[in-house]
Write a protein that binds this ligand. Sequence first.
Ligand code: AMP
Length: 399
Amino acid sequence: MYILVINCGSSSLKYQLLDTVTRNPLAKGLVERIGMSGSGLTHRPAGKDAKAAVLEIPDHTVAIRLVLDTLVDPTYGVMQNLGQIGAVGHRVVHGGEEFAQSALVTAEVMKGIEDCVELAPLHNPPNIAGIKACQKLMPGVPQVAVFDTAFHQTMPREAYIYGLPYEMYEKYKIRRYGFHGTSHKYVSQRAAVLLQKPLASLKLISCHLGNGSSITAVRGGKSVETSMGFTPLEGLMMGTRSGNLDPAIVSYIMRKENMDFEQINDFLNKRSGVLGVSGVSSDFRDIEAAAQQGNGRAQLALDIFAHDVKEYIGAYAAILDGVDAIIFTAGLGENSAGMREAVCGGLSYMGVAVDPEKNKVRGEEVDISAEGTRCPILVIPTNEELMIALETEEVVRGL
Ligand code: AMP
């Protein structure tokens, strides 16, 4: 089945048209600067030249109309007609407690997604705009919502309730939700294939290390603990996010620096993390290069990050009562041999050791653990679009 996967941000839209039989994309692309000057489309059809166009794209409906037209364009297109699209899968960031699984979009489901806007005010509204645009432009084609939070709905209460008065959970739904669920689910399933063991029998620690980073403990294919929380700010220090802090620091900085709520929010989400510590960049490639040239603060940022990841691995080994494999995925996890080595060094008591030769790999599925060690260390490139397409197909198969 051909599935169109849509990931709508406030001013951008990423798409892929995937064939679920071959599991390959027929085309992928990006619409940028929606509603702003200089908006445009970059379209990459498999086996053909890419197309880049700058044109006025005032809203998400126009953006999706453009994507659909391009997919059937005589020169750049990859299909005869839009009737070949069996369903559309939408990435939706927040599904709250309402959605533990992907869902066919009905009026009731739409209301559920709208109810979660309060929990993800920046992310859910563009996701909703994308769904509405597709409903309008492709009437009769099933729309499926695939939630970043859904995979983590299996966490036990002790993992998701914070040490706050319980009414905060009851009144405002303040709890750990976790994110990157589609990625953690995908790499866990791939790990079972690579290990040639049933997923139901495995204890996995999945490290999604990119610009945003999170770690998940997966038992029997289910998330039982994850490092991101009520928002993606919790957990590891990230590209620009602080990660875990003593909560008292927040009001202290607000007082000292005379910041209001919006400013501190921006400070913790956009100016902290690896960028804030190093003063160099939020991109780990720049940080690694600066550290190699002797920049002490860049090295410190790398050391803190590796320390944080190791801390979570130790904690999640305790939660899981053992580990059958550690998985590295996303931009940094898939590509940085140095970070994988730094994280896994000193974990020999857990039977974890990296083979330096195997660790040279990039962008491939491979076990980089040293010969004779107990715990496989798997590098698995994530593929959230494929996971969304497969989930979408599963939802619509029964219709
Ligand atoms: P993602 O959010 O998964 O797209 O990951 C993006 C991050 O991955 C970037 O900020 C980079 O810091 C990091 N990254 C990508 N490629 C490399 C690489 N070859 N070496 C180190 N870091 C990388």
